[in-house]
Design a protein around this ligand. Structure first.
Ligand code: GLC
Length: 552
């Protein structure tokens, strides 16, 4: 049983992202749901993770895969009911798994009653003041400012007023179906306090704070200086008026106080794609969020020096605020790393932006992904796994155009395919699609027939599979005392090798060089991503127990 009792479990927790639509379906409609997740919870307990982050499960028109919420205190009928959520929570807790949910507070769905009321009430109304409704420039025909949407194009859409005339504009930093809330409105703050309490009272263990840097805007909504065709590259922005604005932190502190009012506290993890580790560290100051996703690590190329630099910078920036680092390789927003690592350009872009096109060597990519798993799980702090990475799943790069559902596809004028390729439903068993994902005919996105060799069932039976590697590594991580400390000491190595010790006994070695690396004298081999006969091969990693019987 994992550490359900501890108040600081999140400091070194391994959290598994469940992209609910694609995890497991129980009612045959081809979309994953809570019944499917409940049935497959033993897979997650046996894998050895500590917690689940479940992507949005609320009623939603699904303009952005559920990140467009129409009711924050209910479950979408596609996914189940509140009773299913309660049952899931109880069953997860019985298995020692904590549950983190994802309420999406920067924006609502355009179908949310608050937005419907705002549209109906007209310019100047109290209802509109919950959102950012403004008159356009140039006599109303131009957007109120130059802000851009993360999915491409302007961040403003114009409404038709009740009499049919073209009217005000409203702000949406994401899709037009996702109007931004104005967090300066006291009612917005109070209503979200109630949303947090609604879920915390039911026993939810934590909250992922979606798009946290978006939640405050500079008063007066001044131009950002985005030129024509500007991209949403928030990792490079300084002093931007709609991203990473100081007042975001007031909201986060308010939320933290609510979480802390519950016995044992509740966890907050922010999604904050900001300009470097120092800006990120501001989200995890002692009275703010507990942890934040590390996008610098996620987007780092597969390169020893680059990774070491990111690891050092992350740890150094977080040390003064006392927050643990997080390490993440993939998510429902990013090209799967087994594919990225098999390309010439191995770094990520985040958020479905177009990566340089290049052929993929999947054998190499999966080999590196296995090594990256051992590196990631050896680092001090908390790790986030994205469903399917434990199976070594690649990005599905050849989805037919008509299957694509990510708003990025249409918003970019069908030039950027978006994030569907990392969201293809999981293969559980059987030798053809839908691979036990659904009892119905097909999954909501088509699964590649070649995933027959990558199902959970096939990999469970193979001690050399990626699933077996993850299970072994997670079990070791939980049982080795050194891995629960915070220290990391680099060993002297050539530039194309990373090696570090955690505590007196544990060592991790990753070989980025083109030759085999002799491990003789370094300790007893605990686990390796490839066979180590004759030394650690290129693009492989090993965990060793120092001071124990030598591998040489
Ligand atoms: C976050 C989510 C992403 C979503 C966006 C808008 O980045 O991870 O999937 O599209 O927020 O809510």
């Amino acid at each position: 049983m994992p550490r359900m009792q501890s108040d600081t479990w999140w400091r070194d927790a391994v959290v598994y992202e469940v992209y609910l639509r694609s995890f497991a379906d129980s009612d045959g409609d081809g979309t994953g749901d809570l019944g499917g997740l409940r049935r497959r919870l033993p897979h997650l307990a046996d894998l050895g993770v500590d917690a689940l982050w479940i992507t949005p499960w609320y009623p939603s028109p699904m303009a952005d895969g559920g990140y467009d919420v129409a009711d924050y205190c209910d479950i979408d009928p596609r996914f189940g009911t509140l009773a299913d959520a309660d049952a899931l929570l109880a069953e997860a807790h019985d298995l020692g798994l904590r549950v983190i949910i994802d309420p999406v507070a920067n924006h609502t769905s355009e179908r949310h009653p608050w937005f419907r009321a705002a549209l109906a009430a007209g310019p100047g109304s109290v209802e509109r003041s919950r959102y950012f409704f403004r008159d356009g420039r140039a006599g109303g025909v131009e957007p109120p400012n130059d802000w851009i949407s993360a999915f491409g194009g302007p961040a403003w859409s114009r409404v038709r007023e009740a009499d049919g005339s073209p009217g005000q504009w409203y702000l949406h930093l994401f899709a037009p179906e996702q109007p931004d809330l104005d967090w300066d409105h006291p009612g917005v703050r109070e209503d979200f306090d109630a949303v947090l309490r609604f879920w915390f009272d039911r026993g939810i263990d934590g909250i992922r704070v979606d798009a946290a840097p978006a939640m405050a805007k500079v008063t007066g909504l001044p131009d950002a200086g985005h030129g024509p065709g500007a991209l949403f590259e928030s990792r490079t922005w300084v002093g931007n008026p709609h991203w990473d604005v100081e007042e975001v932190h007031d909201i986060l502190r308010r939320w933290r106080r609510i979480g802390d009012s519950y016995e044992g506290g509740r966890l907050f993890v922010t999604e904050a794609v900001v300009n470097g580790p120092e800006r990120l560290s501001r989200y995890v100051r002692p009275d703010e969020m507990h942890t934040s996703f590390n996008f610098d690590y996620l987007t780092s190329p597969w390169d020893a020096r680059a990774l070491r630099a990111v690891i050092d910078a992350s740890l150094a920036a977080l040390e003064p605020v006392g927050a643990p680092a997080t390490w993440v390789l993939s998510s429902h927003d990013e090209t799967r790393h087994a594919t990225r690592f098999g390309r010439a350009h191995t770094g990520g872009a985040f958020g479905g932006a177009a990566l340089p096109a290049s052929p993929t060597d999947l054998v190499l990519g999966i080999r590196r992904a296995r090594a990256a798993a051992l590196l990631t799980l050896a680092l001090p702090g908390s790790a986030y796994l994205y469903q399917g990475e434990e199976l070594g799943l690649p990005e599905v790069e050849d989805l037919p155009d008509e299957a694509l559902q990510d708003p990025t596809w249409e918003r970019s004028g069908r030039t950027v395919r978006g994030r569907d390729g990392c969201r293809v439903p999981l293969p559980w068993d059987g030798d053809r699609p839908p691979f036990g994902f659904t009892d119905g005919e097909a999954a909501w996105l088509p699964q590649p027939p070649e995933w027959a060799t990558r199902t959970v069932a096939v990999q469970l039976a193979d001690p050399a599979s990626t699933l077996s590697l993850y299970r072994t590594a997670l079990q070791l991580r939980r049982s080795l005392p050194d891995m629960h400390g915070t220290s990391l000491t680099w060993c002297a190595t050539p530039d194309d090798v990373l090696a570090f010790d955690r505590g007196p006994e544990f060592r991790c070695v990753v070989n980025f060089s083109a030759g085999r690396l002799d491990l003789a004298g370094q300790g007893r081999l605990l686990v390796a991503s490839e066979s180590c006969a004759g030394g650690l091969p290129p693009d492989a990693a090993a965990w060793l127990l120092r001071g124990a019987v030598d591998v040489g």
